[in-house]
Design a protein around this ligand. Structure first.
Ligand SMILES: Nc1nc2c(ncn2[C@@H]2O[C@H](COP(=O)(O)OP(=O)(O)OP(=O)(O)O)[C@@H](O)[C@H]2O)c(=O)[nH]1
Ligand SMILES: [Mg+2]
Length: 368
């Protein structure tokens, strides 16, 4: 019997980090764990990062789990057959919702003989929650992105409040209490995937019965699609060469994201998540992330060494027009090139808007 643990949650909430930390913790307990990343695009920064930490990693690309359901099942079967894993943790696209009906229930109904599906877990970034909450308190009409965020919380069996290291203990207590009051059917746990503190409570929550499995989320697919379509998605690869002998790989990546962060703040563009990895020939890489306009990027993996050449991968999900994102990234790259003495050549601009979500299955709860 295989255990499948489905993770959802808004862009940049920390799903990949949670998945990795939890997988390592489960391995310590003797499990054989694999993870699956998922994205609308094909060249994934997340997959590179997770492969550096875990042996069994698969990806479902070109669409979310609900629209690529058979690919998800195939990936799970391949991992169990080839790597002999007993637990699979899978991270859905951060702008996806309605997963109880389109992924969790179909897996239980069609594959339940071989698979235990753990509670659907929505990972939450406290600062993102606060940003949406403040807009609501100001009496602003709910934006489509905020609607999507609320659906992700409403369908959760487990609300996993991550990044507790970024807020005070009092703020954490208030947030957890508020979520327990608002989403009474869900289990609410708090932890930090980066420090590992509290991750045990998440592992315990996965063993408990799925409290919200009968939720019949009446998702307004037009609003859900509108929220997804507000985001421009960019996946771009660049070849980098030092103008002189070598360039500072991490400084180049940091400058790109700093510039993009400043541009987004000036233009009022919500950053879902901008990720950047830069790979040198020896298999090493730097990886940086940006989850808030105007904020500094986080260096999740820095490279101390300089390089003569490297390959960069950018995944950016930003609420703006695709052409605007193409221009902003091109500007950011050119600024970084000048600042660090680098020459870059990019694949042609590739920003796009995700299409209307069309799940393969959509099952109502039993008895509904
Ligand atoms: N301070 C802090 N940062 C975290 C924590 N968990 C994740 N992050 C950071 O948040 C950023 C986004 O984390 P990811 O794990 O990539 O988030 P994600 O939800 O997988 O993002 P998408 O797949 O793009 O939706 C990265 O810079 C992480 O290092 C945490 O517990 N504390
Ligand atoms: Mg991720």
């Amino acid at each position: 019997m295989i255990t499948f643990i489905p993770l959802t949650g808004f862009l940049g909430a920390g799903k990949t980090t949670t998945m990795t930390t939890a997988a390592l913790a489960l391995q310590e307990k003797g499990h054989r764990v694999a993870v699956i990343t998922n994205d609308q695009g094909v060249e994934l920064v997340d997959t590179h990062l997770v492969r550096s930490k875990l042996d069994s990693v698969a990806e479902v690309t070109g669409g979310c789990f609900c629209c690529k359901f058979e690919d998800l099942v195939e990936a799970v079967v391949a991992l169990t057959e080839s790597d002999g894993v007993d637990t699979v943790i899978a991270e859905a696209v951060g702008s996806c919702t309605d997963l109880q009906a389109t992924v969790v229930r179909p897996l239980r109904r069609y594959y339940g003989e071989n698979m235990v599906v753990a509670p659907l877990t929505t990972v939450v970034d406290p600062l993102r929650h606060r940003a949406f909450d403040r807009a609501a308190q100001r009496g602003e009409p709910e934006s489509d992105l905020s609607y999507l965020f609320r659906q992700q919380l409403t369908e959760a069996d487990v609300i996993a409040v991550n990044k507790l290291d970024t807020i005070t203990a009092d703020q954490a207590e208030e947030l957890l209490l508020g979520l327990r009051k608002q989403y009474g059917d869900a289990g609410v746990v708090g932890y930090s995937a980066t420090t590992g503190e509290g991750v045990g409570t998440l592992l315990d929550a996965w063993e408990a019965p799925a409290g919200n499995h009968a939720v019949d989320l009446d998702v307004d697919y037009d609003r859900y699609a509108a929220a997804e379509a507000q985001l421009a998605w960019m996946n771009q690869e660049l070849e980098l060469t030092a103008a002189g002998e070598e360039f500072d790989v991490t400084a180049w990546a940091r400058t790109v994201l700093e510039h993009l962060s400043g541009w987004a703040a000036e233009n009022g563009a919500v950053i879902g998540h901008a990720k950047l990895s830069v790979h040198t020939g020896d298999g090493e890489f730097a990886k940086l992330s940006l989850v808030e306009a105007g904020a500094p990027p986080t260096e999740d993996r820095a490279l101390a060494v300089a390089a003569a050449d490297a390959r960069a991968v950018i995944n950016a999900r930003v609420a703006c027009e695709p052409q605007a994102l193409d221009r902003a990234v091109a500007d950011a790259v050119s600024t970084a090139d000048q600042a660090t003495g680098t020459r870059s050549s990019a694949t042609s601009p590739v920003s796009f808007k995700p299409g209307y979500p069309r799940p393969v299955h959509r099952l109502a709860p039993a008895g509904a």
